[in-house]
Ligand binder design. Sequence first.
Ligand SMILES: Nc1ncnc2c1ncn2[C@@H]1O[C@H](COP(=O)(O)OP(=O)(O)O)[C@@H](O)[C@H]1O
Ligand SMILES: [Mg+2]
Length: 410
Amino acid sequence: MRDPVENPFSPGSDIVPEVWAGRTAQLSDWRDVVRPRLLKGLPERGRTILGEPGLGKSSLVRRIAQQAERSGDWVTPQLRVPLGSDPLKLVAAAVLALAAQAGLPAARERAIEGLLDRVQTVAASGLSLTLQQKEGPEPHVALTELLVEVGRAAIARDVVAMLHIDEVQNITDERALSQLLIALGDAITHEIRVAAPGGAQVRRGLPIAVYLTGLPDFEDRAGALKGATFARRFRTTVLAPIDDDDLAEALQEFVLPGWEVPGPDGGRTRIRMEPDAASAIIEICRGEPFLFQLAGQHAWNADRSPVITREQALRGWRGAQREAVAHVERILARLPERERAFVEAMAAVPPQERKLTRIAAEMGYAKVTDAGPTSQRLDTVRGIIDRGRLYSFRHRAVEAYLTSDWPDVS
Ligand SMILES: Nc1ncnc2c1ncn2[C@@H]1O[C@H](COP(=O)(O)OP(=O)(O)O)[C@@H](O)[C@H]1O
Ligand SMILES: [Mg+2]
């Protein structure tokens, strides 16, 4: 039945949506690069996936984690860092869970028992251990050492151990951030000696994958760390909106053969979508995963008939507009003053005249160079604009909000 209970769209955050679109480059990076290389003992950097809220960072890495789990890998849950909290505690607890999965607590080795004890203390006290000058190494050293043991066990089982730390921009304490990045970085670059067939000793890396996700502001913090090897140990991607073609492919399952739901008398039936309704949803959401789910959810709920029509998609959207506006306004409100002024000035200039000189003039700057750093950040750090010969918006929902009647699509 087409009813809200069976609605497959899910604008809520932190769950992998049933209606999945695109992100093929990132999924293939895991499947074809990260995982196989780690299993072979080859070095592979951690992955940092950043982007504005609602672009699908958490969902993407949860989907990768799901796929990893299906291959038998050991994965942590999504480790969400609460604002200002001590990430070492969170990560230590997760590494203990990985160690349990690896069967380490059953090992009767004194060294491992001691290590587990130390990491338990880190999970309880975190960074404050450093201050208490407790005996033993710094908390991050114990974490790395346990991760190395997890990595050894993973080699023996031919699986990858994967950690996902989310909302990393919430790590505000510089020492905590630096200890965490060193602990993880040291583990993913650690090499051990193994016997190759034939008996020769060779060095190999550990099959440990680290994914960090969060808002673009993280890049400033991590990059600014003194003596940071962050950039050499993690590869950063700033997510862009999803291509319309990918959204169309995701909705095609509704167009043909239809989305399967429970039918009358315990059977199954299909809910279909007119091609025009699918086009309307794609046009409305501007590549924003959150808005895609929101539009889809409201289109589904607009009626109970077995076919979702264009009229229903538009009517549903009218009920979602306030939430859509709030979403884009939240993104704009988070921007520092200058960046916000820049995107607003850019929106006020006609697309074919969007050169930096023209935008800087619109902002009232005397020199073009005054606008340079701001535009650079909006491009490389936030992924909101593209600085080509002409400037354009990469974040199409922000563009639509600033330059048109969107979300009004009647
Ligand atoms: N690839 C995708 N295809 C379809 N919907 C997605 C995709 N990625 C994310 N979403 C949806 O977008 C919304 C925001 O995703 P989320 O991962 O919470 O974003 P972020 O962590 O970047 O803030 C969620 O409702 C999620 O279901
Ligand atoms: Mg998220």
